[in-house]
Design a binder for this molecule. Sequence first.
Ligand code: NAP
Length: 253
Amino acid sequence: MAVDDHSSMEDRTCLVTGSSKGIGRGIAENLGEHGADVVVNYRSSEAAANAVKDNIQESGGDAIAVQADVSNLDEVRAMYEDVQNAFGNIDVLVNNAGITVDKKFENMTREDWDRVVEVNLGGVFNCTKVCFEDIRQAHEGRLINISSVVGQQGNYGQANYATTKSGLFGFTRTLALELAREGSTANCVAPGFVKTDMLESVPDRVKENILERIPLNRFAEVEDVVSMVTFVAQEQSSYMTGQVLGVNGGMEW
Ligand code: NAP
């Protein structure tokens, strides 16, 4: 098989949560370029999500944009119905939607904690719950969870976020075991610091400190993460499951 076969995702339906912008957008567009039917999920950025859908359709894939707050199980169930009507069963779920509410722990409220847990872990539960049977029954279904190097290292001011991102390791490992019998896989991709709106919100002084800790001496481009996710989504990754794949410029953990 070619290393990167650009029709390799034909007949595959892929749901990418939080794909109106940033890393999710890159993943959705790249899966579309590989021929997949792509579900572009968003919470509030409707125009941006429709633009991603249009880009995918222009590049030869098919796509729909569906609004749903992943932390709301009813909305996630409604999204699943929309996907069923448009494309049928889901073969690949990329749990990408995530948020930060950064504060030193001494200033972090229970609400700050709960909001991040609800989206970053509750959203993963909800989306995986509705897609689980599809992924299990798919020929080589794929569950791909987007974690972070912060889940591996911890990070000042991110106790809530780091906890959710390391929580994905146990979740992924367990789902890998529960999907393995049918030949489907579950893996985590753990990016370092990537040039998106999320990084944009970090103060310059903090970004300079982070850069000093990155051996490759640059922040990641969205494409650096996208190519790993597309690899995991494809058939060529079929013997890899339960793994945490770091894409972090050489940061230790
Ligand atoms: P981003 O640019 O802030 O984009 C976040 C995306 O998630 C948007 O499309 C947003 O949609 C969506 N979203 C947020 N809350 C949602 C919800 N409740 N329901 C549905 N969609 C929701 O973020 P990013 O930097 O691309 O990050 C994507 C993922 O990578 C996250 O899980 C993040 O933790 C992880 N990550 C990022 C970095 C980094 O440095 N950027 C590093 C490691 C890991 P709307 O705009 O419509 O709300």
